[in-house]
Each structure stands twice: as C-alpha cells, then as structure tokens.
Design a binder for this molecule. Structure first.
Ligand code: ADP
Length: 613
C-alpha cells in the first residue's frame, strides 16, 4: 500500500503522528520559503527567497563579520601609534596602548566567533531547506518521472549540488564584506603614508592573477576527481548490491580489477592535483613576502629619512597579510559562482518538473465505498509509446474477484497502476462506485485501492513496523491478525526476535516467499475495500501456497479483488477471468468456460504457467 503526499497535504500545519521508520515524529513544518517559480530570473534570484527566509541570521552574520573585520583593521593602525608614541617618542605609556589593542583584539575575536556561528547556522539551514524542497518535490512527482531518470543521478544531485549552491550563496556575501574591509584597510594605509601604501599594493594585482591562474588549472582536475570518485562509489555499490550475481558468475577477480582501475584513476587525479598545487602554492605563499620586502626596503628608507615612524612598517606588514586573503578569494568566488550556477540549474531541473498526476481543485475524499470498478473504454499509452490498452471496457461488481490473464507484456500490471492512478488514462475513464478516480483525492484513492506488488519492497526496520507501514497506529494484535491471514505468523514466530526482528538491508534475510507474505499482511492491515494482487504469489513455494490461498480466499469475499494471474492456482481464486490481448478484452467468463470456448486462453495459460513455475 503506498500513500503519496500531495503538495497541499505537505504544506499543512504541524501535527504529530507515529512513524514506523523511527518512533514518534513531529511533522516537519517544511521550508519557510520556496524557490521562485519564475524561470526567467537568474539562478540566484530564484534561490533568494530561501536565503531571505533566514535573513535574521544571515544579516546578523554579515553585520557581525563586518564589525569583527573593522576591529581587526584597527589593530595595525593602533600598533603603529603604540610603537611610534610609546617606543620612539615616549609620549604615551606603552601599557595603555597595549591595553587598548588587547580590548579591540578581544572584541574582534568575540564578534568573529559569533558571526561564524550565524554564518554556519544560515548555511546549514539553507542546505536543509533545499534538501527538503527537493525530497518533497520528488515524493509528489509521478511514476512517469521515475521512468525517465536514474536514481543514482538524483542522489548525487541532491547532495553535491545543494552543497555547492549553499556554499556560494552564504559565503559569497562574506567574501564581499572582506573585500570591502580591504578598502578600509587600504584607507588606513593611505592615512599613514600614501607612497608606501601604493608601493605595498603593487604586489596585490600579481597575487590576484596568480590566484585565478592556479584555480583555473585546478578547477578541471577537481571536476575529474569528483567524477572518478563517483565511479568508484558506483562500482562499490554495484558490488555490494549485486554480490550474488558477482559470486555466482565467479567474477570476484574481474570486479576487484575493475575497482582497482577506478581507484588508480582517482589516485592519478589526486596526484595531478597535488602537482599543480606544488607548482603554484610557493608563488601564492611567497608573493606576499615580496610585498613585505618592498615595504621594509622603501619604508625603512623613509624611516631613516625621518619621513615615517618605525611603527608604520609593522602595521603595513599586518595590513598586507590581511589584504592578501580577499584578493585571492575574489578569484575563487568567480569559480564558485560558475559551479553554483551549474548546480542550481540541475536542482531547478527537478523542482521545475511538474507531476503528471495532480489532484483536481475541489477533489473530494472517497469514503464508505462498496467497491464497484468500471473501466470505460480505457485507452492508455506510456509516454511516446504505442498504446498498451485500447478500448479496455470492463465492469467489476463490488465484492467480485476477477483474474486478468494475458501474455507477458499484455498490459496486466499496467491496469493495476491505472486503478491506483499512478498513471492517468489517455482516453476513457475509470470509475469507483461511480466516482471518476480523477475527481477524488489521491490519498483517499490509495487508501481505497491496496496493491500487493510482485517484488515487494521492505524497509530495514522490524517486521512489525513493516507490516504496520500503512497504518502506523495499529496494535500488535491487529498486526498479528494480518500476519495470520497472510500465513506469515508461523514463520515470524519462529524467528529469534519474532515480530521485532529487523529485516536486513532490502529484506535479504528473508526468502522471497516470506517477503511476499509480509507485503500481503501489510496491505491486509490497511484493509482496503479494493485489492489488487499483482502476481503476488509467484515467489511463494508450493507448500505454503495452499495455505496462503486459503487465507486469501477467506479475505477476498469481503472486498473487490483484481488478481493479475500467472498461475492456475491464482486463477482459481477468481469467479471470473478476463483474457487480455493486444490491449483489449478477448474473452470473459469462468476458467472452465474460457478453456472450452477460447483456444488462445489455453495457449496463454500454457505459456504463463511455465513462466510462473
Ligand atoms: P504485463 O503485466 O501484462 O506483463 P505490463 O503492464 O507490465 O505487462 O507491460 C505492458 C507493456 O508496457 C510492456 O510492453 C512493457 O514493456 C510496457 N511498459 C511497462 N511499464 C512501462 C513504463 N514504465 N514505461 C514504458 N513502458 C512500459
């Protein structure tokens, strides 16, 4: 049973409910803002609403970092005065100046610490907002979206792209503040000595261009490293998830070699990165020393000449070191900006995707229904493909059990997906108790129609919580009753921890048949008035099959059921069989009637029964 949240349901008020994936949780109120929907805006204008929803912490961070930097730029100027007045002219007591410098230094440090707290708080809140926006959006995108994209790509987008947008959008303003402070520092330098300030700044443009040059050569290699690391992660992931295939084909050595190759490629790009840094770093580190030497040479000359106090040389040294950071970071800012733009565009690609299946305005809840299903001349095709169903016209009475039989690929599972509105019909309509399923809310529709899939997905949580997934408030008694009905109670009780046994990753610690019985129990617990069994018993061995059919048989007469049948034993559950071929109903009747009247039926049974076994 799956429930999908509609956007309106998600943006609702805070509420508390129990979550099978981890106790009781308070419903996440959602990000405070959405990105701008206007696709014509530049990428940062579209992100802006998210950042401005954190404007209090953001502007506190910027204001405090500005104050801290102003204090910092005061220190060298005060050093200059302290040395010249205290040491050279003896006009001031040195300890008073030292005291002042200490106080300003402590203020600079304190505001710096608080501003950093605010910076990181803003940065990680922006990151959390973007992440929630993306996952919320993914949760209400339709199946057709997932048909098109690869899940690996989605995860990488959600992680690295969010990080690069977050870094740029919160740190870029800070780097700009630093650059602005550079201007103030330069002003102080000018106030001490105009010629020396100009000489000291000679080195800065060189530093700027060296910084840009270094990043330009490092940039491609860092992209290559990222891509190669992703390759290694993919190989490791495939080897862990596909370990059964690797081992059964005895391909361990080939896989080890594949990984070693990929690891070597990562090593190559890291070494290349280190080489480039090795060449460029000495320049970046030592250029400021050239500046210091220039200051010492010309400044010293001016001091000897009596034009300048010796304190100026010390304060210029500190200013030079202070200025070097913004000059280098400005170059970095451009690169970060390019990366953030690319990342933001990839994020927008997801967020701009609109779901195909949406609730109509004024959609109402489907409640208290009997369970008649009417397929009225349904035509359906997957995106850009040939029609799968063509004038499919079937009426199912409340409480009836109908088996749909057809060749592989005939469209049987597609019918199940249409009833739960995972896809919309292209033409015609599907009515439940006379309500067009496009007129009702998605959550009520999906609570009405339960589906047990061929390959059930179980979460890595206890069996009890897996069964309770669609009804987290169910009591243990209800859970046990559902497990009994699905014939799962016996094997669960035999497990060391019974219902509290936590299922290994992807349920591998259970056999296919056991997983299917848990999935059946999960759907039965929700007790949907309409049930669709998609070949759900194919992995159940012959011994338990009889037991489960008996249990299912008891439950089926209370609800409308469509079984997508691959086996004679499944067909036996149904009172009516529908033979589907080339998207149309070829024949309908009881199993015996069809055997007698329609040669194709026997043919299809022969084929599917072979596959099912
Ligand atoms: P059945 O359950 O009868 O074996 P399905 O309903 O699964 O058949 O599939 C019917 C046809 O639709 C097949 O040709 C299959 O390749 C195609 N199909 C199934 N799912 C998709 C999808 N998500 N996108 C495009 N084509 C699909």
């Amino acid at each position: 049973m799956s429930t999908t949240l509609s956007p309106s349901a998600m943006s609702g008020a805070e509420q508390t409910r129990s979550n099978p994936l981890g106790g009781v949780f308070s419903k996440y109120p959602g990000p405070r803002a959405q990105i701008s929907r206007d696709k014509n805006l530049s990428w940062w204008r579209r992100i802006l609403p998210i950042i401005s929803s954190h404007r209090l912490t953001f502007f506190s961070a910027i204001a405090l970092s500005f104050v801290s930097l102003v204090f910092q730029t005061l220190v060298p100027k005060m050093l200059n005065t302290a040395i010249d007045n205290g040491l050279v002219k003896h006009s001031n007591a040195l300890h008073t100046d030292v005291m002042h410098i200490l106080i300003v230094g402590v203020l600079a440090g304190a505001t710096g610490i608080i501003s950093r707290q605010y910076v990181f708080r803003t940065a990680y809140n922006v990151e959390a907002d973007l992440r929630s926006l993306i996952y919320e959006h993914l949760s209400w995108l339709s199946f057709s979206f997932y048909d098109r994209v690869q899940s690996g790509q989605l995860i990488s987008r959600a992680n690295s792209d969010i990080r690069s947008v977050q870094m740029y959008s919160t740190f870029a303003p800070l780097i700009l503040v630093q650059s602005f402070i550079g201007v103030i520092a330069f002003g102080f330098m000018l106030s001490i000595s105009v010629p020396l300030a100009l000489i000291a700044m000679l080195i800065m443009p060189v530093l700027y261009f060296v910084g840009i040059r270094m990043r330009r050569v490092l940039f491609p290699i860092s992209w290559i490293t990222q891509a190669r690391l992703a390759d290694v992660a993919t190989i490791v992931d495939e080897n862990i998830n596909g370990v059964r295939v690797v081992k059964s084909f005895a391909q361990e050595e080939a896989e080890i070699n594949r990984l070693a190759d990929a690891a070597e490629r990562v090593a190559w790009s890291y070494i290349k990165d280190a080489q480039i840094r090795g060449i460029w770093s000495p320049w970046v580190q030592n250029l400021p020393q050239v500046g210091l030497a220039l200051v010492l040479f010309f400044g010293g000359w001016m001091v000897l000449d009596g034009h300048l106090g010796p304190g100026a040389i010390l304060s210029f040294n500190v200013y030079l070191l202070m200025l070097q950071a913004p000059f280098m970071m400005l170059g970095q800012l451009v690169m970060m900006g390019q990366r953030a733009k690319a990342s933001a565009e990839r994020i927008f690609e997801i967020l701009d995707e609109s779901p195909d299946i949406v609730e109509r305005p004024g959609a109402y809840d489907l409640v208290g229904i009997d369970g008649t299903i009417a397929f009225n001349h349904v035509r359906f095709a997957y995106a850009n493909a040939a029609p799968i169903l063509d004038d499919f016209d079937v009426h199912i009475e409340a409480g009836e059990t109908v088996a749909i039989v057809g060749r592989t690929g005939a469209g049987k599972s597609t019918i199940a997906r249409l009833v739960d509105r995972f896809y919309d019909v292209s033409e015609g309509s599907i009515l439940i108790d006379g309500h067009d399923i496009r007129d009702v809310t998605l959550s009520s529709l999906r609570a009405t129609v339960g589906v047990v899939l061929d390959e059930p997905f179980l979460f890595s949580i206890s069996i009890r919580d897996n069964i309770a997934y669609g009804r987290p408030d169910a009591t243990l008694e209800d859970i046990v009753t559902a497990a009994h009905a699905a014939n799962a109670h016996e094997f669960i009780s035999r497990l060391p921890e019974g219902y509290d046994t936590v299922i290994g990753e992807r349920g591998y610690t259970l056999s296919g048949g056991q997983r299917q019985r848990i999935a059946i129990a999960r759907t039965l617990l929700v007790n949907p008035p309409i049930l669709i069994l998609d070949d759900a018993t194919s992995a159940i061995d012959v011994h338990v099959e009889a037991g489960i059919y008996e249990a299912l048989g008891r439950l089926l007469h209370q609800r409308t059921t469509i079984v997508i049948a691959h086996r004679i034993s499944t067909i036996a559950l149904a009172s009516r069989v529908i033979l589907l071929d080339e998207g149309r109903v070829i024949a309908t009747g009881s199993h015996e009637e069809l055997l007698a009247s329609t040669p194709l039926y026997a043919e299809v049974l022969a084929q599917t029964t072979r596959e099912g076994d």
